[in-house]
Design a protein around this ligand. Structure first.
Ligand code: CMP
Length: 131
């Protein structure tokens, strides 16, 4: 998911280009937004964390781009492509290093396991929206 900061700052095209050049196939793609209820549901796993309310507020503050991506070793390779959660710790050339400003406004979210990728893909897309 390309987060509201990166969409608002005009980085959607550059980020999709990095993703495609990184060898990921786009299976599904959607420009949409999350209500605070839907953002809360998406990040329910973090409900007990101190940053949860700020995260939900931020993620519902503007449009996002959701995608399902496919690649061998996709979870690990995508995490390498996007860099550390805290952009100040993200390696040079990573998406968060190039486009993110803070740990909340960190430009992009990637699933942390194949299981969560299934859940998160189902959150945004029906079977008819995948190619
Ligand atoms: P994301 O990969 O979308 O998953 C949860 C998000 O919570 C994370 O990126 C950050 O944007 C946000 N967040 C804010 N504070 C923290 C923190 N201390 N540790 C981890 N994630 C945080």
């Amino acid at each position: 998911m390309i987060k509201p900061d990166a969409v608002a700052n005009g980085h959607t095209g550059a980020i999709l280009d990095d993703i495609i050049k990184g060898g990921f196939k786009i299976v599904a793609l959607k420009y949409t937004s999350l209500s605070s209820a839907k953002a809360g549901e998406f990040y329910a796993v973090h409900a007990e964390r101190p940053f949860y309310n700020d995260l939900v507020g931020f993620m519902s503050s503007g449009p996002i781009v959701a995608a399902i991506l496919e690649k061998d070793n996709a979870i690990e390779d995508f995490r390498t492509l996007i860099g550390a959660t805290d952009p100040s710790k993200a390696d040079a050339g990573t998406i968060r290093n190039k486009y993110a400003k803070s740990i909340d406004a960190n430009a992009i979210h990637g699933s942390d396991s194949d299981e969560n990728a299934q859940i998160e893909g189902n959150f945004f897309f029906s079977a008819f929206e995948r190619f």
